[in-house]
Design a binder for this molecule. Structure first.
Ligand code: SF4
Ligand code: SF4
Length: 195
Protein backbone atom coordinates (compact mmCIF):
# COMPACT_ATOMS: atom_id res chain seq x y z
CA UNK A 1 0.00 0.00 0.00
CA UNK A 2 1.30 3.45 -0.87
CA UNK A 3 2.58 5.31 2.21
CA UNK A 4 3.21 2.20 4.35
CA UNK A 5 6.95 2.90 4.43
CA UNK A 6 6.36 6.46 5.60
CA UNK A 7 4.02 5.26 8.36
CA UNK A 8 6.55 2.66 9.50
CA UNK A 9 9.28 5.32 9.57
CA UNK A 10 7.07 7.69 11.57
CA UNK A 11 6.31 4.87 14.01
CA UNK A 12 10.04 4.34 14.62
CA UNK A 13 10.53 8.08 15.15
CA UNK A 14 7.57 8.25 17.55
CA UNK A 15 8.76 5.19 19.48
CA UNK A 16 12.24 6.68 19.91
CA UNK A 17 10.86 10.13 20.81
CA UNK A 18 8.52 8.85 23.52
CA UNK A 19 10.94 6.12 24.59
CA UNK A 20 13.77 8.65 25.10
CA UNK A 21 11.89 9.96 28.15
CA UNK A 22 12.03 6.52 29.76
CA UNK A 23 15.02 4.66 28.29
CA UNK A 24 18.45 6.30 28.40
CA UNK A 25 19.82 4.36 25.41
CA UNK A 26 17.13 5.86 23.14
CA UNK A 27 18.37 9.36 23.95
CA UNK A 28 21.09 10.12 21.40
CA UNK A 29 21.85 13.67 22.55
CA UNK A 30 24.29 14.08 25.46
CA UNK A 31 24.88 17.21 27.52
CA UNK A 32 28.51 17.76 26.43
CA UNK A 33 30.91 18.55 28.11
CA UNK A 34 29.30 17.36 31.36
CA UNK A 35 28.28 14.13 29.64
CA UNK A 36 30.35 12.24 27.07
CA UNK A 37 29.55 9.34 24.81
CA UNK A 38 32.16 6.56 24.96
CA UNK A 39 34.38 6.61 21.89
CA UNK A 40 34.66 3.42 19.84
CA UNK A 41 37.91 1.40 19.89
CA UNK A 42 38.94 2.53 16.42
CA UNK A 43 38.24 6.25 16.94
CA UNK A 44 41.35 8.28 16.13
CA UNK A 45 42.46 11.87 16.21
CA UNK A 46 46.13 12.88 16.33
CA UNK A 47 49.30 10.78 16.62
CA UNK A 48 51.21 10.05 19.83
CA UNK A 49 54.58 8.40 20.47
CA UNK A 50 54.53 5.26 22.60
CA UNK A 51 57.12 4.47 25.26
CA UNK A 52 57.65 1.29 27.29
CA UNK A 53 58.60 1.13 30.97
CA UNK A 54 58.05 4.24 33.12
CA UNK A 55 60.72 6.33 31.42
CA UNK A 56 59.44 8.47 28.54
CA UNK A 57 62.99 9.09 27.27
CA UNK A 58 64.62 5.68 27.67
CA UNK A 59 61.52 3.72 26.76
CA UNK A 60 60.58 5.64 23.61
CA UNK A 61 60.11 3.13 20.82
CA UNK A 62 60.88 5.63 18.08
CA UNK A 63 64.35 5.19 16.55
CA UNK A 64 64.13 8.33 14.40
CA UNK A 65 64.17 6.39 11.12
CA UNK A 66 62.12 9.26 9.62
CA UNK A 67 59.88 7.00 7.51
CA UNK A 68 56.75 8.66 8.92
CA UNK A 69 58.21 12.11 8.24
CA UNK A 70 58.76 11.20 4.58
CA UNK A 71 55.37 9.53 4.14
CA UNK A 72 53.18 12.09 5.92
CA UNK A 73 51.09 13.59 3.07
CA UNK A 74 50.87 17.19 4.39
CA UNK A 75 54.46 17.02 5.78
CA UNK A 76 53.53 18.01 9.30
CA UNK A 77 56.11 15.81 11.08
CA UNK A 78 59.55 17.22 11.86
CA UNK A 79 62.28 14.93 13.24
CA UNK A 80 65.91 15.54 14.15
CA UNK A 81 67.84 12.32 14.64
CA UNK A 82 70.12 12.08 17.68
CA UNK A 83 73.91 12.15 17.27
CA UNK A 84 74.39 9.43 19.86
CA UNK A 85 72.58 6.20 20.65
CA UNK A 86 70.73 5.22 23.79
CA UNK A 87 69.75 1.77 24.98
CA UNK A 88 66.14 1.01 24.17
CA UNK A 89 63.87 -0.79 26.63
CA UNK A 90 65.50 -4.10 25.62
CA UNK A 91 68.99 -2.70 26.15
CA UNK A 92 69.92 -2.45 22.45
CA UNK A 93 71.67 0.80 21.42
CA UNK A 94 69.39 2.83 19.15
CA UNK A 95 69.19 6.31 17.70
CA UNK A 96 66.34 8.35 19.08
CA UNK A 97 64.57 11.54 18.03
CA UNK A 98 66.34 14.55 19.53
CA UNK A 99 63.39 16.53 18.16
CA UNK A 100 59.99 15.13 17.18
CA UNK A 101 57.29 17.69 16.40
CA UNK A 102 53.87 17.30 14.83
CA UNK A 103 51.95 20.35 13.69
CA UNK A 104 48.38 19.38 14.53
CA UNK A 105 47.03 22.45 12.73
CA UNK A 106 48.12 20.65 9.55
CA UNK A 107 47.70 16.96 10.50
CA UNK A 108 44.67 15.42 8.80
CA UNK A 109 44.48 12.32 11.04
CA UNK A 110 45.02 10.00 8.08
CA UNK A 111 47.06 7.51 10.18
CA UNK A 112 49.58 6.89 7.39
CA UNK A 113 52.41 7.58 9.86
CA UNK A 114 51.10 4.72 12.02
CA UNK A 115 50.81 2.33 9.13
CA UNK A 116 54.35 2.91 7.84
CA UNK A 117 56.15 2.81 11.21
CA UNK A 118 58.08 -0.48 11.45
CA UNK A 119 58.57 -0.14 15.22
CA UNK A 120 54.99 0.27 16.52
CA UNK A 121 56.24 3.59 17.85
CA UNK A 122 53.51 5.97 16.70
CA UNK A 123 49.81 5.45 17.30
CA UNK A 124 46.63 7.50 17.15
CA UNK A 125 45.26 9.21 20.24
CA UNK A 126 41.58 9.78 21.00
CA UNK A 127 41.95 13.23 22.59
CA UNK A 128 40.09 15.79 20.52
CA UNK A 129 39.92 18.79 22.86
CA UNK A 130 43.17 20.36 21.69
CA UNK A 131 41.95 23.72 20.43
CA UNK A 132 44.01 26.74 21.45
CA UNK A 133 43.50 30.50 21.25
CA UNK A 134 46.86 31.02 19.56
CA UNK A 135 47.02 29.92 15.97
CA UNK A 136 50.57 28.75 15.33
CA UNK A 137 53.15 27.63 17.88
CA UNK A 138 50.52 26.46 20.37
CA UNK A 139 49.36 23.82 17.91
CA UNK A 140 52.84 22.37 17.52
CA UNK A 141 52.99 19.18 19.60
CA UNK A 142 56.50 18.45 20.79
CA UNK A 143 58.12 15.15 21.81
CA UNK A 144 57.32 15.75 25.47
CA UNK A 145 53.60 16.23 24.79
CA UNK A 146 53.49 13.46 22.19
CA UNK A 147 55.08 10.81 24.42
CA UNK A 148 52.51 8.50 26.02
CA UNK A 149 53.05 5.27 27.92
CA UNK A 150 52.07 1.85 26.62
CA UNK A 151 49.67 1.69 29.59
CA UNK A 152 47.90 4.76 28.24
CA UNK A 153 47.81 3.17 24.76
CA UNK A 154 46.13 0.11 26.32
CA UNK A 155 43.57 2.34 27.99
CA UNK A 156 42.47 3.96 24.71
CA UNK A 157 42.84 1.07 22.22
CA UNK A 158 42.83 -2.12 24.35
CA UNK A 159 42.32 -4.64 21.54
CA UNK A 160 44.84 -3.04 19.17
CA UNK A 161 47.44 -2.54 21.95
CA UNK A 162 47.18 -6.19 23.04
CA UNK A 163 47.76 -7.27 19.42
CA UNK A 164 50.80 -4.97 19.17
CA UNK A 165 52.21 -6.33 22.46
CA UNK A 166 51.96 -9.93 21.29
CA UNK A 167 53.52 -9.00 17.92
CA UNK A 168 56.46 -7.31 19.68
CA UNK A 169 56.86 -10.21 22.12
CA UNK A 170 56.92 -12.65 19.20
CA UNK A 171 59.54 -10.54 17.37
CA UNK A 172 61.66 -10.31 20.55
CA UNK A 173 61.47 -14.09 21.04
CA UNK A 174 62.67 -14.66 17.45
CA UNK A 175 65.64 -12.37 18.02
CA UNK A 176 66.77 -14.30 21.11
CA UNK A 177 69.84 -16.47 20.33
CA UNK A 178 68.98 -20.15 19.89
CA UNK A 179 70.11 -22.40 22.77
CA UNK A 180 73.55 -23.93 22.18
CA UNK A 181 73.34 -27.46 20.68
CA UNK A 182 74.40 -30.31 22.98
CA UNK A 183 78.08 -31.27 22.65
CA UNK A 184 78.47 -34.26 20.32
CA UNK A 185 82.29 -34.51 20.45
CA UNK A 186 84.26 -36.91 22.64
CA UNK A 187 83.63 -36.50 26.33
CA UNK A 188 86.36 -34.82 28.34
CA UNK A 189 89.04 -37.32 29.20
CA UNK A 190 87.96 -39.82 26.46
CA UNK A 191 90.75 -40.89 24.07
CA UNK A 192 90.79 -39.02 20.75
CA UNK A 193 90.70 -40.95 17.40
CA UNK A 194 94.44 -40.17 16.91
CA UNK A 195 95.44 -41.93 20.17
S1 SF4 B 1 48.06 11.27 10.79
FE1 SF4 B 1 48.57 11.66 8.61
S2 SF4 B 1 48.75 13.86 8.47
FE2 SF4 B 1 48.83 13.37 10.65
S3 SF4 B 1 51.00 13.16 11.12
FE3 SF4 B 1 50.27 11.12 10.59
S4 SF4 B 1 50.68 10.91 8.38
FE4 SF4 B 1 50.80 13.10 8.88
S1 SF4 C 1 57.66 7.03 14.64
FE1 SF4 C 1 58.25 5.12 13.62
S2 SF4 C 1 58.47 5.66 11.46
FE2 SF4 C 1 58.48 7.59 12.62
S3 SF4 C 1 60.64 8.01 12.95
FE3 SF4 C 1 59.87 6.93 14.76
S4 SF4 C 1 60.35 4.77 14.36
FE4 SF4 C 1 60.49 5.84 12.39
Amino acid sequence: MIGTGILKGMAVTARNFVGSYFEKERLITVQYPEERSPLPENYRNFPILIYDTDDAEAGLRCVACKICEKECPPQCIYIVKSEDKKPDYMGKPQFYPAVFDIDISVCMSCQICVEVCPFEAIKMDKVFELSKRERFDALLQRKRELSKSNTYYHSIHPIEAAEVDSKLAEAAAKKKPAPAPPKTGPAAGAPSPGN
